[in-house]
Design a protein around this ligand. Structure first.
Ligand SMILES: *Cc1c(COP(=O)(O)O)cnc(C)c1O
Length: 401
């Protein structure tokens, strides 16, 4: 297989060619889908995956599969990381990294506002295993510095943070955490995609993506990825992939790989549409506020410009009576789907009321509630701008606003 050397090519070329190549046997130009679960080895090895760690070929699909490996190599090239491990979903990837790296007595510092599944995992499940968790507003570097303890093993940042579009400064936080002895800095970079942000270049040790979102891009396959150093990910493979078992299906890898090939061009189009739709929303009399990192009105626009190369298609907006607008959206939208998820070619919108989210998930009080409300008020519409014509997206919004 032709191996594309990373680093020398532009992102669009890497998105298409990295990890794949003309098939040596059939001369097929597009990647084959290898659904095989088991592989006949050409030497006799032990039965445990531990005996296969240095074996170059494929053995069993829970260790590794040729189609999944092609996607992993493509993602590593796009993210500029040494290695990548794919999982069955973004949550399976997050769980693999947390449980693969943290032990009883360790301390995790995590953004106090992030993807709800991650927020509930660290609040409700990790403490049952003796892992202490401190949620902090990671957009404030001083709060992170104050929370670090001798037993802090991991700092977990999500930027831009789901669902409110608050940013964290990856370079500053990574430097601070490492200087204070924190071993792992992990960044959930799902909203930015590898086209918008490269956390490893900014000093992070691990990057997490939900492949279900921008990277797959078409809303038809779930997947997740952890990226980082080869030695760390090999160890994670032996424990999190082989024993926790939440690995990616080759069929989904094949679909996601096809999506990933157009990621750079899609991200440019998402951003182009988002800028136009954000401008429409900002001037609409019924819209109170719009939060989009690409707008000068975003409170962290300067950080966005410094840290991100693409502002993606994710934004939030607020109106007077969100509940009523959400009901009109369910009934009347014709183009935009009122549905969860994001990063698809279709536009998706969802109402996220602050009070209900506090009860179910974040449980902010006092200062952290005030900081959340600075970005979210009583609630936000999380809006994933798709690839339809911007005039049709705006016309659909006009029907309900
Ligand atoms: C969706 C999402 C996840 C979880 O990914 P799944 O593929 O749905 O499991 C994690 N982080 C962020 C930021 C997300 O948006």
């Amino acid at each position: 297989m032709t191996d594309i050397t990373t680093g020398k090519l532009g992102p669009s070329t890497m998105a298409i060619h990295a990890g794949e190549g003309i098939d040596a046997v059939t001369r097929a130009s597009s990647p084959n889908l290898a659904m095989s679960v088991t592989f006949a080895p050409d030497e006799v090895t032990g039965f445990s995956a531990r005996n296969r760690a240095n074996y170059e070929g494929f053995v069993y699909a829970r260790l590794s599969n040729p189609t999944v490996k092609q996607l992993e190599d493509k993602l590593a090239a796009l993210e500029g990381s040494e290695s990548c491990q794919c999982y069955a979903s973004g949550m399976a990837a997050s769980h693999a990294l947390m449980l693969g790296r943290l032990s009883q007595g360790d301390h995790l510092i995590i953004s106090d506002t992030n993807y709800v599944g991650t927020a509930e995992l660290v609040r409700d499940s990790l403490p049952r295993f003796g892992i202490a968790v401190t949620p902090v507003d990671t957009s404030d570097t001083q709060l992170v510095a104050d929370a670090i303890r001798p037993e802090t093993k991991m700092l977990w940042i999500e930027t831009p943070a789901n669902p409110i579009m608050r940013l964290s400064d990856v370079a500053t936080l990574a430097q601070l955490a490492h200087a204070k002895g924190v071993r792992d800095v992990a960044v959930d970079s799902t909203f930015a995609s590898p086209i918008g942000l490269n956390p490893i270049a900014l000093g992070a040790d691990f990057v997490i993506h939900s492949l279900t979102k921008y990277i797959g891009g078409h809303g038809d396959a779930m997947g997740g990825a952890v990226l980082g150093r080869k030695a760390d990910l090999n160890a994670l493979n032996l424990e999190a992939s082989v024993h926790f078992g939440g690995v990616l299906s080759p069929f989904n890898a094949w679909l996601i790989m096809r999506g990933a090939a157009t990621l750079p061009i899609r991200m440019r189009a998402h951003q182009e549409n988002a800028i136009k739709v954000a401008a429409y929303l900002e001037t609409h009399p019924r819209v109170r506020r719009v939060f989009y990192p690409g707008l000068a009105s975003h409170p962290q626009h300067e950080l966005a410009r410094r840290q991100m190369r693409n502002f993606s298609g994710m934004m939030t907006f607020q109106v007077e009576d969100g509940e009523a607008l959400a009901r009109r959206m369910v009934e009347k939208l014709e183009i935009i789907h009122y549905a969860v998820s994001l990063g698809h070619h279709r536009s998706l919108v969802y109402w996220i009321p602050t009070a209900a989210l506090m009860r179910s998930t974040f449980r902010h009080e006092g200062d952290s509630l005030r900081r959340y409300r600075d970005y979210a008020g009583d609630g936000v519409f999380r809006f994933s701008i798709g690839l339809e014509d911007d005039c049709d997206i705006c016309a659909d919004l006009d029907r309900v606003l």
